[in-house]
Design a protein. Structure first.
Length: 367
């Protein structure tokens, strides 16, 4: 796909003219970095990073059956959401395989799903296959709205500097309409970095103005624009799964360790029966964290061995800027999944020692 065929966010030209290294991601032309991934990673851990996440899908549901439909579509219990709450959930197929992992928002007049960019078209099609029996108005607002993440320990102070002092009172995974620098925005205390922070949604036409005022307000706190490269290293340190790596249509959420987002006792949802069977007879695989000896990075697909026997495969790996260690996630046989288990990882034909560690690798210190 050529660059001219890729979708562009409202901030595309700003990225291109301010040093953003642009790459294809999920059908969009997005910045992977501005300086270095390590520098941007450390900025988020110590101050705040500003991310363009407008490529994420934003799907709006209203009407009398909106809640019932989402309860049927998602693995988590939407009916128990209070206005202003946000919940992590999954969309599964009939076999229990993951089509996407999503956030569902309950707002005063509607519900909203935030879905992964690479899966938006698939999820919109999946919705179309199941929505006809429900009284639901559905709108894909991805192209009409922009989305910005402000992530890091200084995020609260940055929003307060723009008149959004009440953001500090938001609980984690909550959302509400708010005025930020005179602009109406939907602000949620959510993120994909393992740090405190917020995600803001505004109409596309005011997106650039919001981006500029956030960047200006953040500069005294050491904030800067960050690309998708450090977003990946940050989420890996926080052990957050990434679709296409830890999650896919051949992996179920129970094997992935996401039991908290699957309500098997709830009313019928797509994939429930299959997941009940998996709960009764597990697959025998477990998602684990791994620390490697040395600095060699175990990439996706690298084999994991125990006593010369293949026991699994790496799904994500990096050299952690925060921990200064090579880390990875992957799936291994349950027999070797205990914390402290000594394993080996095959990196380009050479074996490297690794051991199973508790997840997450990194957990922020709450203020």
């Amino acid at each position: 796909m050529s660059n001219t065929e890729l979708l562009q966010t409202p901030f595309h030209d700003w990225h291109a003219t301010n040093g953003g290294r642009m790459v294809e991601f999920g059908g969009w032309h997005m910045p992977v970095q501005y300086s270095t991934i390590v520098e941007e990673h450390n900025v988020v851990r110590n101050a705040a990073g500003l991310f363009d996440i407008s490529h994420m899908g934003r799907l709006r549901f209203s009407g009398g059956d909106a809640c019932s439909f989402l309860d049927f579509l998602l693995t988590n219990d939407v009916s128990k959401l209070l206005v202003g709450q946000v919940r992590y959930s999954l969309v599964c197929n009939q076999d229990g395989g993951v089509l996407d992992d999503v956030l569902v928002y309950r707002l005063p007049d509607c519900y909203m799903l935030v879905v992964n960019a690479s899966n938006r078209t698939k999820i919109v099609d999946w919705i179309g296959q199941h929505i006809s029996k429900f009284n639901v108005d559905f709108e894909d607002q991805t192209l009409s709205h922009a989305m910005i993440a402000v992530q890091g320990p200084k995020a609260v102070e940055i929003l307060a500097a723009l008149g959004a002092e009440t953001a500090s009172k938001h609980r984690y995974y909550s959302a509400s309409p708010m005025t930020v620098a005179g602009m109406d925005a939907l602000v949620s205390r959510t993120g994909y970095t393992g740090e405190d922070g917020f995600e803001l949604i505004v109409p596309s036409e005011v997106g650039m103005n919001l981006w500029n005022v956030l960047l200006e307000a953040g500069q005294p706190f050491g904030a800067q624009a960050c690309g998708l490269g450090c977003r990946d290293t940050l989420r890996l340190e926080a052990a957050m799964p990434l679709y296409g790596h830890e999650l896919n249509e051949d992996t179920d959420p129970l094997t992935a360790g996401l039991n908290f987002a699957v309500k098997l006792e709830a009313a019928d949802f797509v994939g429930r029966d299959a997941l009940r069977k998996i709960a009764e007879s597990p697959t025998g695989k477990v998602r684990v964290g791994l620390e490697l000896e040395g600095k060699r990075i175990a990439r996706e697909g690298a084999g994991i061995l125990s006593r010369d026997q293949s026991v699994g495969e790496v799904t994500s790996g990096t050299f952690s800027p925060t921990l200064q260690k090579a880390i990875a996630m992957g799936y291994v046989d349950s027999a070797v999944s205990e914390t402290g288990s000594e394993l080996e990882i095959d990196i380009r034909g050479k074996r490297h020692d690794a051991r199973v560690v508790n997840l997450p690798f990194y957990k922020r210190t709450k203020q």
